[in-house]
Design a protein around this ligand. Sequence first.
Ligand code: SF4
Length: 363
Amino acid sequence: MAIVATTDRAPFATADPDAVARFLTAGGEPAYRADQARTWFWRQLAPSFEAMRTLSPAARAQLAGGYTFSTVAEHRKREADRGATVKYLFRLQDGRTIETVVMHYPATERGRARTTVCVSSQVGCPIGCTFCATGQSGFDRNLTEAEIVDQFLAASRGLKAQQRALTNVVFMGMGEPLNNYAAVVAAIRRWARPDTLKFSPRRVTISTIGLVPFIERLAAENLPVNLAISLHAPDDALRSSMIPVNRKYPIAAVVAAARAHAERTGRRNSYEYVMLAGVNDSSEQAGRLASVIGRHLTHVNLIPMNPVEGSPLHRPSRDRTLAFQRILQAAGISTTIRDTRGLDIDAACGQLRARELAPTPAG
Ligand code: SF4
């Protein structure tokens, strides 16, 4: 992979408003140009500094000389599910790539239509879950706050032409978000500011493999985000074989920390459970899962596994998945089977990037 030089211009998304005003006035522009630029950037979702029409050409040029408009650049874009799923491969300034996925969900009797962006928090992932393409491709680095914020903005700009806007954010792309705690929390706070997007943390879900100390820290943040715990197994022996970090943070500790977070924030926990045929899908395992997580402030998402090229693992039959769901529901646990998106565009995390990085077959 060609690594390009990193620019030393500061990202505009995380620039201090006063510093922008000082920068513009030093170049002879009135200070109010900084407010205009921020309105264009955050509210109008302008596609570039050049498109900020009410700014003078000199002010636009000055901004472009001093700040990076976006730290993520669209490298590839693919659609599936008749346009309901859009998957971006973004190139970062150092030449590395990450994935961001936009998913549209129609209104149902349970709620309004939603448009969710699934953002990445790291380039690759150090956790190494056996069923995950990202985990198998290794870890490069954490994303910066700006790289996380800019994924949201780039997706929003893409939606603007369709007169759509994002309603939810999930940290379920590449990486373990709590492993990049400071940047993830800063990005959520940045989106929520009254002078940016006013995007409520209640509409943000952090998906974690269960890094207990960081779940505890998050509970103390006064940040009412939703937590989705990637559990995937009802007992420690099986979970440790799939998720090595379970040896450090076993299921009971993860569930206790998640419960404390739910009590503190009033937000319901969701437990993610990738259904793997013959591995974690038996009726007995469903019963054990119900007793481990309990039903208070709890929801389970069953996720039939997306195929991973070269993996012997596969999803159970629909009947088996439904039987598993019925056992949880009979125990009083609200349970949904997730609509897995974009099978035809490599929707399991890391697969689009894995393909980009794979050597081209000879001949
Ligand atoms: S499932 Fe999540 S935590 Fe596990 S390797 Fe993949 S990205 Fe990392």
